[in-house]
Design a protein around this ligand. Structure first.
Ligand SMILES: Cc1cc2nc3c(=O)[nH]c(=O)nc-3n(C[C@H](O)[C@H](O)[C@H](O)COP(=O)(O)OP(=O)(O)OC[C@H]3O[C@@H](n4cnc5c(N)ncnc54)[C@H](O)[C@@H]3O)c2cc1C
Length: 406
């Protein structure tokens, strides 16, 4: 049941989502003397890293490229932060910049009121008495920042018969470790970073592991990718692509011999121009080469009992299935705006670097799949723009008042 709160909380800026993007915007605003309020549906900041990431996860980029604005990682931090270290860093970041966050507030509706020239936001909050009761809180702000993430909702494809599969079925967001999977036949569906790392985790723990690899992918190592990141400040993208491919050829050889075909477009160009990201190898490839991990090339078509049928007609029995099939943004569920900032897929409609600012004080951060680096850039741009507009306000209001006098 939902009860409506009577009062509207007035703010200058409302930010939806307390992941790294929302926190970075709030911090950059705070440094410019602007107080923002962050509304977060979960009960903690950085919930992706605490609640939707597997135990062995480390950041793929070195700490130099994984820090939020104005808060570099200390020398004592490891080069590649573990999930828990990054979550702790986000806690510290929020505290250091005095980020005001209201947790357990799920934004259900945000629309612009042109008469009042402000955004009206409704958030569902758990009622004090518990028992599943929800209070609808109302907020109003001149500026609204969408920072609810590209991973707001799990995506699992529809597979006929899956509901009757007798074994364990989970999404990568629910996978923590291979505990209980030893000796079991496990199918991992999806060959992005999560799928490839989960397959490694399972195989290393003694699960009989198969992975569906349908798409072409660029396999790189952390070290190669960090060299690419470092060179990107000095060299054109096509040169970086060539260097990365050369280094990959030395390290991996021809990956297509083992079912991992590389796209025609180079890895760095791909990162910059498409939503796809290279796969950072954590040891999966060695296990594919030795046959410890079996690569299945065709899509899952249907499930009958414990047998999975694939698009190429092959059938294999499994004890468990992990869907590493990605996530979706849910912005279109709650943002009522047709200014073209957010597309039908809930992501920024315009491509980088034109993606971050809409009409009427609407912005988005972290919505063009550019990872931590993208969150930082968006935060500085958004905070700079909002603080500039807030500074202009008294002057404009003054001019308007003078105009009204005549
Ligand atoms: C397993 C995994 C590993 C990754 N590793 C890396 C990496 O190593 N390096 C890298 O650069 N990127 C990595 N990424 C990409 C990653 O998505 C982004 O870097 C980062 O999480 C994006 O931060 P964000 O704040 O934009 O989104 P999120 O971290 O998803 O934060 C969005 C927040 O908004 C909240 N929210 C959503 N909807 C609402 C609502 N309606 N009301 C209120 N709150 C809401 C969510 O609960 C969440 O806390 C990884 C992603 C995954 C899934």
């Amino acid at each position: 049941m939902a009860a409506a709160a009577a009062v509207t909380t007035e703010e200058d800026v409302i930010i939806v989502g307390a992941g790294q993007s929302g926190l970075a915007v709030a911090a950059c605003l705070s440094l410019r003397g602007v107080r923002a309020l962050v509304l977060e549906r979960d009960d903690c900041v950085g919930s992706l890293w605490r609640k939707r990431a597997y135990d062995r996860l480390h950041l793929h980029l070195a700490k130099k490229y994984s820090a939020l604005p104005h808060a570099p990682h200390p020398d004592s931090a490891p080069t590649y932060l573990h999930r828990d270290e990054y979550a702790a860093y986000l806690d510290g970041y929020a505290a250091r910049f005095g980020v005001r966050t209201r947790l357990r507030r799920e934004v259900r509706c945000a629309r612009y009121d042109p008469g009042a020239a402000r955004w009206e936001v409704e958030a569902a909050a758990a009622a004090a008495g518990g028992a599943g009761e929800v209070v609808v809180e109302r907020y109003a702000a001149r500026f609204l920042v969408v920072a609810s993430g590209e991973n707001a909702e799990k995506f699992v494809p529809e597979v006929p018969g899956l509901e009757a599969f007798p074994g364990k079925v989970m999404h990568a967001a629910e996978y923590r470790s291979a505990e209980g999977m030893q000796g079991k036949a496990v199918l991992v569906v999806g060959s992005g970073n999560s799928g490839m790392e989960i397959a490694y985790d399972l195989a290393a723990a003694g699960a009989i592991t198969s992975i569906v690899v349908r798409s072409e992918l660029h396999l790189v190592t952390k070290e190669i990718w960090n060299v690419a990141m470092a060179l990107s400040a000095y060299l054109p993208v096509w040169v970086i692509d060539k260097l990365v491919l050369l280094m990959c050829a030395v390290v991996f050889g021809d990956t297509s011999r083992h079912g991992l075909r590389r796209p025609a477009v180079g890895p760095f160009t791909m990162k910059l121009t498409t939503p796809a990201y290279p796969v950072v190898d954590v040891g999966t490839y060695a296990k594919i080469r030795t046959g410890e991990i079996r690569v299945l090339p065709a899509a899952v078509k249907s499930v009958r009992g414990n047998v999975v049928e694939f698009g190429d007609g092959k059938r294999h029995p499994f004890d468990a299935i992990v869907f590493a099939t990605g996530y979706r943004s849910t912005v279109t569920h709650w943002l009522k705006s047709e200014d073209g900032l957010i597309g039908d897929d809930g992501m920024a409609a315009r491509s980088y670097p034109e993606h971050w600012k809409g009409d009427n004080g609407l912005y988005c951060a972290g919505m063009v799949r550019r990872g931590i680096y993208g969150s930082c850039e968006d935060a500085e741009l958004i905070a700079g723009d909002i603080s500039k507009l807030l500074l202009l306000r008294p002057q404009q209001e003054q001019e308007q008042e003078q105009g009204n006098g005549f």
